[in-house]
Ligand binder design. Sequence first.
Ligand SMILES: C[S@@+](CC[C@H](N)C(=O)[O-])C[C@H]1O[C@@H](n2cnc3c(N)ncnc32)[C@H](O)[C@@H]1O
Length: 409
Amino acid sequence: MTSPLPPPYTALQRHAVMPQASHDEAARFNFVTHFNRYLAADLGAGNRLAYETRVKPAFRAVHGRDPVSREEIRVAMNEDPWHRTWSALKRNTMEMRQQNGRQLVLRQIDETDAKVAACNAQAGLLELDPAISQPEYVTCVDIHCQPGSYHGEERPGDVSVAANYDVGLFATTGGALGSLNNGGGRALVEWARANRPDWRPERILDVGCTVGHNAVPLAQGFPEAEVTAIDTAAPVLRYGAARAAALGVGNIRFVQANAEDLSRFPDDHFDWVQTTMFLHETSAAAMPRIIAECCRVLKPGGLMLHVEQPQYGPEMPLFEQFMRDWDAYNNNEPFWSAMHGIDMAKVMAEAGFPETEQFVTGVRSVPDKALFGASPDGEQEDYGRAAIWNAYGAWKPPVSVNAGQEIPA
Ligand SMILES: C[S@@+](CC[C@H](N)C(=O)[O-])C[C@H]1O[C@@H](n2cnc3c(N)ncnc32)[C@H](O)[C@@H]1O
């Protein structure tokens, strides 16, 4: 191994509604974490070697030129025995992670459902709307091999998909997101404080919140603010609301809503509209609608910020694009490849954010340094799971574009 060891599963911080891992379940998660790290940091390097020494020369011999797109590289690499083996092992770690989390959660489903229901009845942070249907882009496959995706229920009122997401994320990310999997949200709070020291957002909307890993730190970082965390999937909202209450957070509500239609919120309502690792799980038709809705509900002068893996611009080498695309073709992330190829500046401009108000910034997870040391540097990035992201943001122009008013020169 050339990389430092990831933290043990026992470093994951528990909260009152999280199912308990047995010794063997924790050991299996540890295996998955270490194997993932080994695949990314050590065996993963063999992919470039295979490309440079075998695949590219063979491609040249046939076509008389180098590959010109990540798709051409993928097709050629999929014939290479090293890449095929590496890819199969990587897919298998995802399946092992899901199987371990799923059986851990199902064996205590009754206790967990009961704890979540009791917590929610007491805390009142949950607002479900049975009229909300699940978009096809989240139901068409089990997203990243997660049985039941985010919305599946074993029985009405169940939270097992959400609990599985919560117990396994630490293993998938090698602890890089911190002991509460909240490094992204904590990074956002630090980013906002550094960039707008006097800014005091009153209303924050977190879109596609799942169990609130990154919405809760926004509520904690801005305790005077009211955070609304929305998702289409009821199980993640039930679990997320109970988890927030168990963590002692009260200035957040988990609301069932579809980001494509935020009509339950008035124009110019929020100071900050936030998504974290969300846009790639939507679709080419939905994403522009969602960004337009973000613009509508944002106050003039407010901030929209989308935290994602970096877009595939012309400055990103094709081989890196191909490696980053792995999840799209092998890990049930159907929109991943197309989304990362989209011109975000154009989509945001069409939604109402002038290019002059847009920016792209780096967001690096804030790890629990006492437990985990520093987060991985760029060299150790594992093409989709390391704690380094890009944020695509814009400040809404000070005069509302919704009202059809002219923006003063
Ligand atoms: C990758 S997860 C986001 C992770 C989360 N933001 C975090 O920081 O932990 C994507 C989430 O978006 C939700 N989702 C997908 N489409 C949606 C939509 N149109 N409106 C609201 N939520 C949506 C899914 O149910 C899922 O929970």
